[in-house]
Structure formats: C-alpha cells, structure tokens
Ligand binder design. Sequence first.
Ligand code: F6P
Length: 323
Amino acid sequence: MKRIAVLTSGGDAPGMNAAIRAVVRSGLSRGWEVFGVQHGYAGLVGGEIRNLSARDVGGIIQQGGTMLGSARAPEFKTIEGRTKALRHLHQHDISGLVVIGGNGSQTGAHALSQMGLEVVGVASTIDNDLYGSEMTIGVDTALNIALEAIDRLKNTASSHQRAFLLEVMGRDCGYLALMSGIAGGAESIVIPEVPTEPETIAQELRSAYERGKAHAIVVVAEGAKYNAEALANYFKEHREELGFELRAATLGHIQRGGLPGAFDRILATRFGAAAVAALDRGEHGVLVGLNKGAITTTPYAEVTGKKKPLDLGLLELAKQLDG
Ligand code: F6P
C-alpha cells in the first residue's frame, strides 16, 4: 500500500480545499493511505503530519482558504530545512507528495524532487503567473471578486462624477488587473508589464469625461510601477489642473477569500485527481496544469524559473473597446 501526503503552500487560493479533497479521495480509492501536512512547508519541517480519512475532507469543497493551513517558510529554503522535511516524511513511510501552490511553492517542490522524493505539483495561485498552466486554481474566483468591486465602484463613481482607482493583487503579474479591467469595462488598466506614467492615466481619464462618460475607472496591479498610493498622491497634487477628483481603493486580501466558484472547484478537483493518477503511474517531478483545455503534466525543469507571458494584445483590445 502506497502512502502519500498533500500540502498547501504560499498564498491561499479559493479552490485549494477542492484539490485537497480530490487528492485524498483519489488516493483512498486506490487503497492508499493519505496524510495531510499542516501549514505548508513550515509544517513539513516541523513534522505536522496527520492521517486523513474521506470524512476529514467532507464539506470542504465549497469553503475558501485551505483546511490544511498555509505558510511562507524561510527555513524550507535551506538544505537543512528540506532535509528535516524529508526525514519527517520517511518517518511516516510516505513516498509521494502533492504540493498545491504557486511559483515559490513549486520551486520548493522541485528542490524536494531533486533530492529524490516523488513530488507532483498542482498549479494554484490567484496571480495566474505560474508557467506550465494557462489557468491556476483561484484565479477565476479572485477575478470575480475584483469584478464585483469594479461594478460597485462604478455605481458610486457615476453618482459623484468622480474617478476611481482600484488596486488588485497579482504580485509582479498584471493578469488579474488586465482581465478584471476588461470584464469591468475600466477606462484605464495599469500593469507591471507596461510601465505607465501618471500623466498618461490622467489623460485617459480626462478623455473619458470629455466623451461624456459619467465615470472613469482605473484598475491598477499592485506590482505596477505606480501603485494605488503613488497614483492617489499624484491625483491629489494635480487635482486643480485635472478638474476632477480621484478616490483610490485597495482590494488586498479580500481578493483571496470567499467561496470558490464552479470553475475553480472543478479545475481543482481535476488537478487533484490528476496529481494522484500521475503518482500512480510513476510520473513525478512534474506540475499538473491546464493547457488548451486539457489537464497536462509539465516537468519541473521546464516550469521553475520561467516567466509566464501575458497576452498584451488584450490590453490593446481593452483600449480599442473603450468607446
Ligand atoms: O501570491 C498570491 C498573493 O496574494 C499575491 O497576489 C500577493 O502579492 C501576495 O500573495 C501577498 O502575500 P501575503 O499574503 O504573504 O501578504
């Protein structure tokens, strides 16, 4: 009988619980024993490992966050930390590990795999910046949360003829800002991939008012050259010459919480089951992802350290459609 473990690491993402459930139940259905590691790599280094039954993962598919907890674990970045982690797995006679997480987590998983452990990654981060998967767990739900915020801001923006700026997460990647900006019909989208000066944004907003719009919304990625705070300061300083006011809101961690939508639950379920299937056929050192509509596995050597490209044609599309 095979014994495997599952952990969630890095920033949590809505849908992680659905992936845990799929890993546990797919493993159990093969007659394996499945263990959960609490608090990501920190818990692996500390030996926080417990057996999981089918009932332990009951009623979690609809819950946001992760029932296993997550953490950012500096100790795991050292060889000593990883050696400790492996020792704990050996003590439980665990031969396979499923790592549900984003870029940093999969880099850690790659390192464990290079130390001889059978590891399979599951692409999960709201940032959608992980090479090897066109969509990652949590992105769709996070996008819908950003979208709701944009829609709400539009109401108040129109009532007051004020410009609004919404900062969304994404680390160094503009995916969430770009896609929520398109879906929300924002007048200006600011992403790290295209450094934009405050004067350009001001011009885009002014032009929106000149065209008779009642609102002007900017969606800015947290990793952009000028974030919400910097832009809000600029607009405050230039309020008189601009002729309109701007208010800024930062969505922050609100974007990572909430119930996972159907897309993320299904994606996570398919990813979790595929990770166990990969371990079953002896395939490891790979990341499970979604590519061209199919569930795929990509070797870690092709995934880690790579920058996922953003389709900048979509930014042009947003500009074109801003009538
Ligand atoms: O990677 C997910 C993410 O939410 C990023 O969008 C954000 O920059 C970061 O995590 C925030 O990290 P923390 O929760 O550690 O503050």
